[in-house]
Design a protein around this ligand. Sequence first.
Ligand code: SAM
Length: 384
Amino acid sequence: MTVDEVILSVTEEAGKLVKIVCSSPIGAEYKKQILRRIEGGRFLLERYTPDKVFHIPIDGKDLEKCLKTQVFAGYKQTEVYFTDSALTVLTNGKGTVTVRRRKAETLMEAAHNRKKKYIFAEGEDIPALKDLGVFTAENKVAASMQDKFRQINRFIETVDDVLRDPPKELTVLDFGCGKSYLTFLLYYYLTVKKSVKTRVIGYDLKEDVVEKCNAAAKKYGYEGLEFIRADVSKDRLYGEKTDMVVTLHACDTATDHALYFAVKHGAKYIFSVPCCQHEINAQIRGKDDYEIFTGHGLIKERFSALLTDAVRVKALENAGYRVDCLEFVGFDTSPKNLMIRATFTGAPPVNNEELKSLLSKYNVRQTLLDLLDEGGQRKTGGTK
Ligand SMILES: C[S@@+](CC[C@H](N)C(=O)[O-])C[C@H]1O[C@@H](n2cnc3c(N)ncnc32)[C@H](O)[C@@H]1O
């Protein structure tokens, strides 16, 4: 067989093509290449240098050209995986090609992925997640990161549910990004899986994690992904159009500052998983008909957390958002598992008087309500 005949046969079976892995370069610029199928009949070509990986989206109609000029040029070994079989293509660089076909293990891989229903499956090669310690060198989820991986994967799934038909460009702010596992995965999901031109900014108080995350973003050529040391409760943040605000376990009132920022700056999408709702817990004292909620520490803590999140949800609805509350992971993965998912509808704002009178009954203040009171509601009227 010649290389052209192999390419023709792969093109004829393109509907079943899962991925192609090229290794052992003979004169090729990249040490490895992977072409994988992504959504919408498209493909993604990943080209690896010793310290970087480049991602090139390929339209389905350009597959044959890509196979000829980019994929099958200059590699000793190429593995082609279809849904029902696989080819090993060996070439000696002088035009002689040996092709072996066998039953593909990708069938099992696909079944495995279907079972987990994750957007990112274990085994997917996302180099930045190795640097961050989520994946091992063999692309397995590190033992200590199983829960975190489940959380960030599920977080992305909830984003995916909403962004069925994503816009061409998106600006996303992550408040309290910490070690930024979610921030990296979200960036990767939007740019690589959804082909959205994305700007993502992660904010955190910690200088050292911000530095480390910026270094990883630079190393992998993730243009548009940036980390900034900031206190989101008082520092000046991004001043341009913001489409999406996310928080995953941003401590206590940092979540309120994120929600307020989203409302004030016209963010269309909010995905927020709150945690450490200390603010109301520290103020609330038992009296009258709600003493029953404050007599025991654990019940008081949970009641305060629920009251806090209920107020946040209602305040977002009053600001014109359609809100879903989801249990985003099981309680055993994380007890901080309530996600507030909100989409701006364009509905006119409603005042928060009812909420304020509810809180005055408990004699507590709540930061999101205070901020909305001081700063007013939406400035820009939402994004397209
Ligand atoms: C529990 S960690 C969560 C990190 C990350 N989102 C995740 O889920 O892995 C909370 C992060 O919020 C950051 N944080 C808390 N208050 C903040 C504030 N006012 N401004 C910026 N970051 C804040 C902390 O430094 C910490 O890294």
